[in-house]
Design a protein around this ligand. Structure first.
Ligand code: OAD
Ligand code: ZN
Length: 246
């Protein structure tokens, strides 16, 4: 079966690089983007340019984030996260590339410096001008007191979740590190991503082109199934559950 073949590929590989998307966190209660009920079936994305240009867009963006507070606070690592953390502890995974912003790979046991967050992190905020970090609690208090999303106390530019929006620059250092990892692994496993958002979606293809085996685990077909060595079109928790604790 696919899972047996995956087990063999994992056993044979020396260096495995996982690449995760929102599908690994749905069993943790966090909705993905493009499945029925996903974020982009409920909301239109607020692009970076709109966030910069409009107080109204910033207020709406923060209202959406605050509405998710309890979901993010309650979320615990799922079977997929825990399986990857086990392989990391076993020395098979040097670092993980993720599009996720939920901090669950760190919560599962990955050292922060081994989680390459291509789209940032929603558990804290940053000034878009000077990069000053803010706790979400501070933003919430200012929002409640002033009735509007706050600006930076240092430089007066808008404060945003530390995530990457459409239209925003990708983080340079993370892109560089993800490139190097993709080019120097023998097994690359894409997990729970529709692989439609670029440049992130370029990494599975880059790994394959550099000679790595490519596995795609996703309930629905993805854009890159045709170049994969193994496609497992099945639930992530069930597929990776057997690797927890190995
Ligand atoms: P998507 O919502 O596009 O894709 C998630 C995939 O996971 C879907 O194809 C689902 O079928 C699959 N899935 C969900 N739950 C699953 C489960 N339990 N088992 C197996 N498969 C499951 O999310 P991403 O690909 O992560 O970026 O989205 C990429 C980027 O688009 C995000 O990082 C975000 C978004 O816009 C930005 O906003 C910049
Ligand atoms: Zn600032």
């Amino acid at each position: 079966s696919g899972v047996e073949r995956l087990g063999d590929m994992i056993a044979e590989a020396k260096t495995i690089v996982p690449f995760t998307g929102a599908g690994i966190s749905t069993e943790c209660g966090i909705p993905d983007f493009r499945s029925p009920g996903g974020i982009w079936t409920r909301y239109r994305p607020i692009e970076f340019g709109e966030f910069v240009a409009s107080q109204e867009a910033r207020d709406e963006s923060w209202r959406r984030r605050f509405a998710m507070d309890e979901v993010f606070a309650a979320a615990k690592p799922g079977r997929g996260h825990r399986a990857l953390a086990s392989l990391y502890r076993a020395g098979k995974i040097p670092a993980i590339i993720t599009q996720n912003i939920d901090n669950l790979h760190q919560a599962s046991g990955f050292a922060a410096e081994h989680v390459i967050e291509l789209h940032g992190n929603t558990t804290f905020a940053k000034c878009i001008g000077c990069g000053q970090a803010y706790q979400l609690g501070w933003v919430k208090r200012r929002f409640d007191d002033d009735g509007a999303a706050p600006n930076c106390t240092v430089c007066n530019e808008p404060v945003k979740t530390a995530t990457i929006s459409f239209g925003q620059m990708m983080p340079e250092d993370e892109m560089q590190r993800a490139t190097e990892l993709s080019q120097h692994c023998d097994l690359f496993i894409a997990i729970g991503s529709s692989l439609v958002v670029w440049p992130a979606a370029g990494f599975p293809m880059m790994a394959k082109n550099s000679g790595a085996g490519l596995v795609i685990i996703n309930r629905e077909p993805t854009e890159q199934d045709d170049i994969a060595d193994l496609v497992i079109r099945h639930d992530i928790g069930e597929t990776l559950g057997p690797f927890v604790g190995n």
